[in-house]
Write a protein that binds this ligand. Structure first.
Ligand SMILES: N[C@@H](CCC(=O)N[C@@H](CS)C(=O)NCC(=O)O)C(=O)O
Length: 344
């Protein structure tokens, strides 16, 4: 269990749609945090100084624990900040609503909707003229070095028709099912909820990039309910952002000092002896292990001492020039290996 009066720092960059999921959640729940802005391409020395080689954005520190992956970050914030008058709940704690939150997360992230949305970034965006960006994103996706990048303007153009069809299908699903009865919010709540965050973010992102969606095929005329909902969501979070104000921005070394100088957010963490993966592979607390995501950014493997392995998370202790931290990764979408098994 995490504890709540520790400093929270979000490592991100403004254009990251994944990071926006966390910014919206923190904002809607009035949870104070600072931010440490990162470059959109590698290297990221602020994270390397904490001994972290995980390359995706965002990461979030709570005290001296650092969390990778928005799904684990949201789960930890839910634990850390139970509903109160200061931090009202925006999630369904059980039943159909909780199931829908999880299923929407799987649909959008594991079901490929986000990757399809990423393929719809307009190929003429200035960023695609930057060879560093194109190469960096090829590395992210595991494309063979030296080969064509899936994020070159040509490759994007080639994938566009198929991606448009997938995104249209997802928008049509929302229009004809969850939003069909004219409700304002996905889970029929009185304001935007976690269910809305889980469903809206890639579509919202696409509407912020002129030229990403052809208005006649995927726009308000064809899908009025979905596009009105995206606008409503955007307005509601902008209004909340205006009320709670901007977070403090810390430089990398300032952030590192806060992180390594803090107490841990989680205590008494253990390798759960009943975890099949631990018994089958002989993992013990203190083993030197490697952890990495299996879907993208997989060549960035974090090495450290195993602190905990449970049904929900893998925790390792990393060592960087600024000090050591505990890095947490969710079980879903991540793999744990022995540090000496370099063939994994
Ligand atoms: N499953 C991860 C995915 C995160 C992700 O892919 N983030 C993008 C930015 S929106 C990224 O890291 N891109 C490459 C980079 O910035 O290095 C999560 O939920 O946090």
């Amino acid at each position: 269990m995490a504890s709540s009066n520790l400093p929270i720092i979000l490592y991100h960059y403004v254009f990251s749609p994944y990071a926006r999921r966390i910014v919206w959640y923190l904002t809607l729940r009035n949870i104070p945090y600072s931010q440490c802005m990162q470059p959109p391409v590698l290297p990221r020395p602020d994270l390397a100084a904490l001994g972290i080689s995980y390359r995706r954005i965002p990461l979030m520190s709570i005290g001296r624990d650092v969390y990778a992956d928005t799904r684990l970050i949201l789960q930890k914030l839910e634990e850390l900040y139970p509903p109160s008058s200061e931090h009202p709940s925006i999630s369904a704690s059980s039943g159909d609503g909780a199931a829908l939150e999880r299923l929407l997360s799987h649909f959008i992230i594991d079901g490929g909707i986000f990757m399809r949305a990423a393929s719809l970034m307009p190929p003429d965006l200035p960023v695609f003229k930057d060879p560093r960006f194109v190469k960096d994103r090829a590395e992210l996706t595991g494309a063979p070095p030296g080969g064509p990048s899936p994020f070159s303007p040509k490759a994007l153009q080639a994938r566009r028709p198929e991606s448009l069809s997938e995104i249209r299908d997802a928008v049509a699903l929302l229009e004809s099912t969850l939003l069909a009865d004219g409700r304002e919010w996905i889970l029929k709540t009185s304001g935007p909820s976690l269910g809305d965050i889980e469903a809206v973010w890639p579509f919202h992102w696409l509407t912020t990039m002129p030229g990403a969606l052809p208005a006649d095929a995927i726009g308000p005329a064809k899908f009025p309910k979905v596009f009105a909902w995206i606008k409503r969501f955007s307005k509601a979070v902008e209004a909340r952002l205006g009320e709670v104000g901007k977070p403090t921005t810390l430089k990398g070394d300032e952030a590192a000092k806060v992180v390594v100088g803090s107490d841990f957010a989680e205590h008494d963490e253990q390798v759960d002896a009943s975890e099949l993966y631990a018994t089958a592979n002989g993992f013990r607390k203190g083993d030197t292990v490697r952890v990495w995501p299996t879907d993208s950014g997989s060549s960035h493997k974090d090495v450290g001492k195993l602190v905990a392995l449970t049904s929900k998370q893998i925790v390792i202790e990393t060592q960087g020039t600024a000090g050591s931290v505990r890095l947490h990764a969710p079980r879903h979408g991540f793999r744990l290996g022995k540090a000496d098994q370099s063939n994994l």
